[in-house]
Design a protein around this ligand. Sequence first.
Ligand code: ME8
Length: 663
Amino acid sequence: MSQPFYITTPIYYVNAEPHLGHAYSTIVADVAARFHRLTGDEVRFQTGTDEHGDKIAQAAEARGVTPQQYADQISGLFRHLWPELHITNDKFIRTTDPDHKQVVQSILQKVHDAGDIYFAKYGGHYCVGCERFLTEHEMVDGKCPDHGTVPVYQEEENYFFRMSNYTEQLKAHIEAHPDFIRPERYKNEVLAMLEQGLEDLCISRPKSRLTWGIDLPFDAGYVTYVWFDALINYLSGLGWPGGENMAKFWPGAQHLIAKDILKPHAIFWPTMLMSLARAEGRPAQDYLYKHLNVHGYWNVDQAKMSKSLGNVVRPLELAEIYGVEAFRYFLLRDMAFGLDSSFSEQALVERYNADLANDLGNLFSRVLTLLHKFRGGVVPEPGPEQAEDADLAALGAAVLREYRRENRTFAFHKALASVWSLISAGNKYVVVSEPWALAKDPALAPRLDRVLHDLCQLLARVAVLIWPVMPLTAEQMAGVLGLGRIEPGLLARLEEGQALLDPGSQTHQPPALFPRIDTAKVQAKAAKAGQKAEAKPAPQAAKKDQAPEKAAEEPAEIGIEQFGQVKLKVATVLSAERIPKADKILKLTLDAGEEEPRTVVAGVAQHYDPEELVGKQVVIVANLKPAKLRGITSQGMVLAAVGPDGLCVVSPSKPTPPGSQVR
Ligand code: ME8
């Protein structure tokens, strides 16, 4: 049954540029949103930026700009990154939005009027990194365990939220709803915090110390503590207090965070919501969110990601090299949801080659190549069923059940593993049924029909199931299979046991979904860079070194008309230059006989000095989709032969006018 599903990411501080960790949370939320859309649920997905507080004020001051200017700039980086990673959020909220500020003030006033906020003098250990006072229990050797800094002892008069009053109520709620916080380890952590007892929460900052915040509605001398402000985004983004979105989406609200902000989300936020419910004379259930989903931390090559270590991973750089789809897949598949994981580019490449190039890419190209060779690309009527067909169908049904269950509980890595078990079974089925042998005997035609039919249906099923994680690949597969767009109803059809493809429907020739990447090169580079994350294969090298995959060893036959679709041209190199911090690629400016020179990025920097290439004639693929590599838009690709001593660019054997066609 269709249900409203509301998913939020943390709203990110605007004191740092987006990195791998932010990308991971937002991609996970996107996958959850897409999965629920696929099931037919009505979905709302919110992300945004957290813009008030000490950290932002300090970062702005260090750059000599106002906090608002600074927040505008960094918030823009987040907002613009998400479409590049194919994120489909419905709302991007900023805590400096006027309607958010108003909601924060209304809630503060209500909670204050209900007697849950009081004024008192307080002395405590304040950590700027956490933007909060730490308790004695939380400090390790007098330091903040997360930031490694000694908190500053501060004494001042402030407003306090009576958080401690809600300790027992929160404990009871968690015990009665064991999956309120998941995975379980984090629930246990929270119960342990509650066991130690809660203190009241300081929720104000005097303006003498900080002005960059939302004014307290009941005392103009103070601004709101950043967490009391930020957490409320989850309600203000729905248009609290009333309205259609509140009524529809709040009851199904799920938050997604990493373990670093467990306490604010598992303790501050539910107690704030309980207090708000009390102030409005409603049961706490009306306001408590449904689930808090907590993931672990990405480290980089076993170390914590930090600016000072210089190992901050920038999501776009990886997505440019390996493609957004592979990047999304790797993040979702490699991290067991809830546990920490160590990022390395080598791991990404290995997974790419094993799961995407070998398993998925190979199955897709094998099946379609066979279908085109033996049945003209037409999905056959299924012949009689044999035991191995029934086994494959049973596995398909089991995978669907597992897929729904694991995705619903945020165990995306398990859902993907399950889909890949089906892909592996598909590859084995090809080997066992030997379609090429069946094709030799006309008497076995019904058997060949059955095998090809079932394999096509399996590919269609896989296309639907990978859609939340790799939407473009899924759509591409669906297009080739003649399935059309992937829509919510398709998952339900699969679950009802319906076939997705009609016998007699025409498929298209398969493209190479995931050309193989040369691991040896990446390993050598990683070793050279001392296992640092900056070792990256050149983008073009990744594409051209695709050979060892089975399908690539024996490329399918193509017709002359297909070859004719590749526009090859002669071009003369006008200039060639190295690109800072990219030791494999050169930026070439080419005269291809067109009005304007073209820019093409070529992966030949280790085989040619830039000077050697100037004046040389090359052959380019002129109608290749432009691609951005290291921030440069490459308008084509230079052909090169892969010789034993490295790359050797292809040239016409005598001078030829630029722009001449190559056939
Ligand atoms: O805490 N691995 O913002 P923030 C995985 N503004 N995820 C990571 C990560 C890593 N190494 N580093 C960051 C704040 N994240 C507050 C939130 S919400 C009302 C206010 C992700 O910019 C992860 O989601 O420090 C983590 O919880 C979040 O970024 C922290 O983002």
